[in-house]
Design a protein around this ligand. Structure first.
Ligand SMILES: [Zn+2]
Length: 312
Protein backbone atom coordinates (compact mmCIF):
# COMPACT_ATOMS: atom_id res chain seq x y z
CA UNK A 1 0.00 0.00 0.00
CA UNK A 2 1.36 3.37 -0.96
CA UNK A 3 1.31 5.96 1.73
CA UNK A 4 1.78 9.59 1.02
CA UNK A 5 3.75 11.44 3.61
CA UNK A 6 3.68 15.17 3.97
CA UNK A 7 5.48 17.43 6.36
CA UNK A 8 3.51 17.75 9.57
CA UNK A 9 1.71 21.10 9.50
CA UNK A 10 2.06 23.86 12.01
CA UNK A 11 -0.03 23.42 15.17
CA UNK A 12 -1.08 27.10 15.06
CA UNK A 13 -1.95 29.89 12.65
CA UNK A 14 0.09 32.82 11.37
CA UNK A 15 -1.22 36.33 10.87
CA UNK A 16 0.31 37.95 7.82
CA UNK A 17 -0.41 40.32 4.96
CA UNK A 18 1.56 41.20 1.83
CA UNK A 19 0.79 44.80 2.82
CA UNK A 20 3.34 44.41 5.63
CA UNK A 21 6.21 45.07 3.27
CA UNK A 22 4.82 47.35 0.58
CA UNK A 23 5.76 50.58 2.33
CA UNK A 24 8.91 52.17 0.92
CA UNK A 25 11.14 53.44 3.73
CA UNK A 26 14.07 54.13 1.42
CA UNK A 27 17.51 53.46 2.91
CA UNK A 28 16.15 52.92 6.41
CA UNK A 29 17.54 50.55 9.05
CA UNK A 30 14.05 49.05 9.52
CA UNK A 31 13.99 45.99 7.21
CA UNK A 32 10.36 45.78 6.03
CA UNK A 33 11.40 43.01 3.65
CA UNK A 34 11.87 40.74 6.67
CA UNK A 35 8.12 40.13 6.73
CA UNK A 36 8.10 38.77 3.18
CA UNK A 37 11.26 36.73 3.79
CA UNK A 38 9.76 35.14 6.92
CA UNK A 39 6.60 34.29 4.96
CA UNK A 40 8.64 32.67 2.20
CA UNK A 41 10.75 30.84 4.80
CA UNK A 42 7.60 29.43 6.35
CA UNK A 43 6.35 28.18 2.97
CA UNK A 44 9.68 26.36 2.59
CA UNK A 45 9.21 24.91 6.07
CA UNK A 46 5.93 23.35 4.94
CA UNK A 47 3.37 26.02 5.84
CA UNK A 48 0.28 25.96 3.63
CA UNK A 49 -1.52 29.03 2.35
CA UNK A 50 -4.42 28.34 4.71
CA UNK A 51 -2.07 28.51 7.70
CA UNK A 52 -1.98 32.30 7.16
CA UNK A 53 -4.77 34.58 8.29
CA UNK A 54 -5.27 38.00 6.77
CA UNK A 55 -5.79 40.85 9.23
CA UNK A 56 -8.60 43.38 8.83
CA UNK A 57 -8.21 47.10 9.31
CA UNK A 58 -9.00 48.10 12.88
CA UNK A 59 -11.99 50.37 13.41
CA UNK A 60 -11.71 53.97 14.61
CA UNK A 61 -13.39 52.79 17.80
CA UNK A 62 -10.63 50.21 18.35
CA UNK A 63 -7.90 52.82 17.88
CA UNK A 64 -9.61 55.22 20.27
CA UNK A 65 -9.30 52.64 23.04
CA UNK A 66 -5.65 53.76 23.22
CA UNK A 67 -4.94 56.71 20.94
CA UNK A 68 -6.23 60.28 21.23
CA UNK A 69 -8.60 61.51 18.53
CA UNK A 70 -6.28 64.49 18.04
CA UNK A 71 -3.34 62.23 17.16
CA UNK A 72 -5.46 60.02 14.88
CA UNK A 73 -6.78 63.07 13.04
CA UNK A 74 -3.27 64.41 12.54
CA UNK A 75 -2.11 61.06 11.19
CA UNK A 76 -5.00 60.65 8.78
CA UNK A 77 -4.71 64.16 7.42
CA UNK A 78 -0.92 63.87 7.14
CA UNK A 79 -0.60 66.90 9.41
CA UNK A 80 2.26 65.65 11.60
CA UNK A 81 4.72 68.37 12.54
CA UNK A 82 8.37 68.17 11.53
CA UNK A 83 9.38 67.42 15.12
CA UNK A 84 6.72 64.68 15.38
CA UNK A 85 8.18 63.03 12.26
CA UNK A 86 11.70 63.32 13.71
CA UNK A 87 10.52 61.59 16.89
CA UNK A 88 8.90 58.87 14.81
CA UNK A 89 12.22 58.32 12.97
CA UNK A 90 10.41 57.09 9.85
CA UNK A 91 9.75 58.86 6.53
CA UNK A 92 6.11 59.93 6.75
CA UNK A 93 3.64 58.95 4.04
CA UNK A 94 0.03 57.84 3.78
CA UNK A 95 1.28 54.30 3.05
CA UNK A 96 3.06 54.42 6.38
CA UNK A 97 -0.29 54.87 8.12
CA UNK A 98 -1.77 51.98 6.18
CA UNK A 99 1.28 49.94 7.19
CA UNK A 100 0.77 50.79 10.87
CA UNK A 101 -2.99 50.12 10.71
CA UNK A 102 -2.47 46.66 9.21
CA UNK A 103 -0.29 45.63 12.12
CA UNK A 104 -2.92 46.81 14.61
CA UNK A 105 -5.47 44.63 12.81
CA UNK A 106 -2.93 41.79 12.87
CA UNK A 107 -2.34 42.04 16.59
CA UNK A 108 -6.09 42.00 17.25
CA UNK A 109 -6.42 38.86 15.14
CA UNK A 110 -3.41 37.12 16.70
CA UNK A 111 -4.87 37.70 20.18
CA UNK A 112 -8.21 36.20 19.15
CA UNK A 113 -6.51 33.17 17.61
CA UNK A 114 -4.19 32.64 20.56
CA UNK A 115 -7.22 32.60 22.85
CA UNK A 116 -8.90 30.02 20.62
CA UNK A 117 -5.94 27.81 19.77
CA UNK A 118 -3.54 28.32 22.69
CA UNK A 119 -0.86 29.84 20.47
CA UNK A 120 -0.71 32.04 17.38
CA UNK A 121 2.08 33.95 15.66
CA UNK A 122 1.91 37.45 14.20
CA UNK A 123 4.51 37.86 11.45
CA UNK A 124 4.90 41.45 12.60
CA UNK A 125 3.53 43.79 15.25
CA UNK A 126 5.04 44.72 18.60
CA UNK A 127 5.24 48.48 18.08
CA UNK A 128 5.84 49.14 21.76
CA UNK A 129 7.24 52.70 21.51
CA UNK A 130 3.98 54.27 20.39
CA UNK A 131 2.13 56.47 22.93
CA UNK A 132 -1.55 57.52 22.96
CA UNK A 133 -0.77 60.95 21.51
CA UNK A 134 2.38 60.40 19.47
CA UNK A 135 4.54 57.85 17.71
CA UNK A 136 8.24 57.34 18.24
CA UNK A 137 11.14 54.99 17.55
CA UNK A 138 9.63 53.50 14.31
CA UNK A 139 6.26 52.92 16.04
CA UNK A 140 3.27 54.84 14.66
CA UNK A 141 0.41 53.03 16.41
CA UNK A 142 0.54 50.78 19.45
CA UNK A 143 -0.86 47.48 18.15
CA UNK A 144 -0.13 45.70 21.46
CA UNK A 145 -2.14 48.13 23.56
CA UNK A 146 -5.06 48.44 21.11
CA UNK A 147 -5.35 44.67 20.86
CA UNK A 148 -5.24 44.00 24.61
CA UNK A 149 -7.63 46.87 25.36
CA UNK A 150 -10.06 45.43 22.83
CA UNK A 151 -9.79 41.92 24.31
CA UNK A 152 -10.41 43.37 27.76
CA UNK A 153 -13.35 45.55 26.66
CA UNK A 154 -14.98 42.64 24.87
CA UNK A 155 -14.67 40.51 28.00
CA UNK A 156 -12.39 37.98 26.29
CA UNK A 157 -9.71 38.38 28.96
CA UNK A 158 -9.55 39.54 32.56
CA UNK A 159 -5.75 39.74 32.81
CA UNK A 160 -2.96 40.00 30.27
CA UNK A 161 0.82 39.91 30.43
CA UNK A 162 3.24 41.51 27.99
CA UNK A 163 6.63 39.80 27.96
CA UNK A 164 8.82 42.22 26.06
CA UNK A 165 12.19 40.76 25.04
CA UNK A 166 12.94 43.33 22.37
CA UNK A 167 16.35 44.99 22.81
CA UNK A 168 14.65 48.32 23.57
CA UNK A 169 12.57 49.08 26.65
CA UNK A 170 8.83 49.07 25.91
CA UNK A 171 8.25 52.69 26.94
CA UNK A 172 4.90 53.15 25.17
CA UNK A 173 3.47 49.96 26.65
CA UNK A 174 4.86 50.79 30.11
CA UNK A 175 3.21 54.21 29.97
CA UNK A 176 -0.15 53.02 28.67
CA UNK A 177 -0.49 49.97 30.91
CA UNK A 178 0.75 51.71 34.07
CA UNK A 179 -2.82 52.93 34.51
CA UNK A 180 -4.40 49.54 33.80
CA UNK A 181 -4.53 46.98 36.59
CA UNK A 182 -5.47 44.16 34.25
CA UNK A 183 -2.14 44.22 32.45
CA UNK A 184 1.29 43.20 33.70
CA UNK A 185 4.27 44.42 31.69
CA UNK A 186 7.70 42.80 31.77
CA UNK A 187 10.58 44.29 29.80
CA UNK A 188 14.17 43.03 29.55
CA UNK A 189 16.32 45.44 27.58
CA UNK A 190 19.61 47.26 27.12
CA UNK A 191 19.80 50.32 29.39
CA UNK A 192 22.24 52.66 27.61
CA UNK A 193 20.33 53.06 24.33
CA UNK A 194 16.95 54.44 23.15
CA UNK A 195 14.52 55.21 24.76
CA UNK A 196 16.24 57.78 26.98
CA UNK A 197 13.19 57.98 29.25
CA UNK A 198 12.05 54.55 30.41
CA UNK A 199 8.70 54.74 32.22
CA UNK A 200 8.40 51.86 34.70
CA UNK A 201 6.98 48.55 33.53
CA UNK A 202 5.53 46.21 36.19
CA UNK A 203 8.97 44.58 36.10
CA UNK A 204 11.96 46.02 34.25
CA UNK A 205 15.24 44.18 33.83
CA UNK A 206 17.88 46.59 32.60
CA UNK A 207 21.00 45.02 31.13
CA UNK A 208 24.18 46.66 29.91
CA UNK A 209 26.21 46.63 26.74
CA UNK A 210 28.00 43.31 26.28
CA UNK A 211 26.07 41.36 28.93
CA UNK A 212 25.51 38.35 26.67
CA UNK A 213 23.62 35.02 26.90
CA UNK A 214 24.51 33.95 30.40
CA UNK A 215 23.45 37.11 32.20
CA UNK A 216 20.34 37.54 30.03
CA UNK A 217 19.09 33.99 30.50
CA UNK A 218 19.86 34.04 34.22
CA UNK A 219 17.67 37.16 34.60
CA UNK A 220 14.92 35.62 32.49
CA UNK A 221 14.92 32.40 34.51
CA UNK A 222 14.64 34.41 37.73
CA UNK A 223 11.34 35.77 36.42
CA UNK A 224 9.79 32.90 34.45
CA UNK A 225 7.76 30.85 35.17
CA UNK A 226 7.53 32.68 38.53
CA UNK A 227 5.67 35.73 37.11
CA UNK A 228 3.28 33.54 35.12
CA UNK A 229 2.38 31.60 38.25
CA UNK A 230 1.98 34.75 40.31
CA UNK A 231 -0.07 36.86 37.90
CA UNK A 232 -1.91 34.05 36.05
CA UNK A 233 -2.73 36.00 32.89
CA UNK A 234 -5.47 34.88 30.49
CA UNK A 235 -3.21 35.84 27.59
CA UNK A 236 0.53 36.36 27.13
CA UNK A 237 1.80 38.72 24.45
CA UNK A 238 5.39 37.76 23.71
CA UNK A 239 7.40 40.46 21.91
CA UNK A 240 10.19 38.34 20.47
CA UNK A 241 12.45 41.10 19.16
CA UNK A 242 15.44 39.88 17.16
CA UNK A 243 17.55 42.88 18.15
CA UNK A 244 19.27 41.55 21.31
CA UNK A 245 21.36 39.58 18.75
CA UNK A 246 25.15 39.95 18.82
CA UNK A 247 25.28 41.24 15.23
CA UNK A 248 22.53 43.84 15.55
CA UNK A 249 23.17 47.37 14.31
CA UNK A 250 21.28 49.14 17.09
CA UNK A 251 22.51 47.47 20.25
CA UNK A 252 25.06 45.38 22.00
CA UNK A 253 23.38 42.81 24.23
CA UNK A 254 25.36 40.18 22.32
CA UNK A 255 22.94 37.28 22.46
CA UNK A 256 23.93 34.37 20.22
CA UNK A 257 21.46 32.53 18.00
CA UNK A 258 21.43 29.72 20.58
CA UNK A 259 20.89 32.20 23.40
CA UNK A 260 17.91 33.71 21.57
CA UNK A 261 16.41 30.25 21.06
CA UNK A 262 16.74 29.48 24.75
CA UNK A 263 15.09 32.85 25.51
CA UNK A 264 12.16 31.89 23.27
CA UNK A 265 11.93 28.46 24.87
CA UNK A 266 11.74 29.87 28.39
CA UNK A 267 9.05 32.43 27.54
CA UNK A 268 6.88 30.24 25.30
CA UNK A 269 7.31 26.78 26.82
CA UNK A 270 6.87 27.85 30.45
CA UNK A 271 3.64 29.62 29.47
CA UNK A 272 2.27 26.66 27.54
CA UNK A 273 3.23 24.29 30.35
CA UNK A 274 0.81 26.32 32.51
CA UNK A 275 -1.80 26.29 29.68
CA UNK A 276 -1.50 30.05 29.17
CA UNK A 277 -2.44 31.20 25.66
CA UNK A 278 0.51 32.86 23.91
CA UNK A 279 0.45 35.39 21.06
CA UNK A 280 3.91 35.79 19.54
CA UNK A 281 4.75 39.17 17.95
CA UNK A 282 8.03 39.91 16.25
CA UNK A 283 8.91 43.51 17.17
CA UNK A 284 12.39 44.78 16.15
CA UNK A 285 15.46 43.26 14.51
CA UNK A 286 18.23 45.14 12.70
CA UNK A 287 21.01 42.64 12.09
CA UNK A 288 23.71 43.75 9.64
CA UNK A 289 22.51 40.86 7.45
CA UNK A 290 18.70 40.75 7.21
CA UNK A 291 18.98 36.95 6.75
CA UNK A 292 20.08 36.72 10.39
CA UNK A 293 17.01 38.67 11.52
CA UNK A 294 14.81 36.33 9.48
CA UNK A 295 16.54 33.23 10.93
CA UNK A 296 16.01 34.51 14.47
CA UNK A 297 12.28 35.00 13.83
CA UNK A 298 11.97 31.60 12.13
CA UNK A 299 13.78 30.02 15.08
CA UNK A 300 11.18 31.55 17.39
CA UNK A 301 8.51 29.82 15.30
CA UNK A 302 10.38 26.49 15.52
CA UNK A 303 10.56 26.85 19.30
CA UNK A 304 6.82 27.66 19.37
CA UNK A 305 6.12 24.60 17.21
CA UNK A 306 7.93 22.33 19.67
CA UNK A 307 6.32 23.94 22.71
CA UNK A 308 2.83 23.64 21.23
CA UNK A 309 3.34 19.97 20.36
CA UNK A 310 4.62 19.29 23.86
CA UNK A 311 1.88 21.25 25.62
CA UNK A 312 -1.07 21.47 23.20
ZN1 LIG B 1 13.86 47.13 19.39
Amino acid sequence: MIQLFRKPGFPFKFVYSDDYWIVDLGEHVFPVEKYRLIYEGLLRMGARKDDFLLPLQPSEEDLLLVHTSKYLKKLKSGALSHSAILTLELPFSLELIEFALRFVGGSILVAERALEDGLAVHIGGGFHHSFPDHGEGFCVLNDVAVSLEKMKHEGKIHKAMVVDCDLHQGNGNAFIFSKKDYAFTFSIHQMDIYPAQKPSSSVDVGLWSGDGDEKYLEELRKNFPRLYEKFQPDLVFYLAGADPYEKDQLGNLRLTLEGLKERDRIVIEEARKLHLPVAVLFAGGYAFDVKDTVSIHLNTIKVAQKAQRKYP
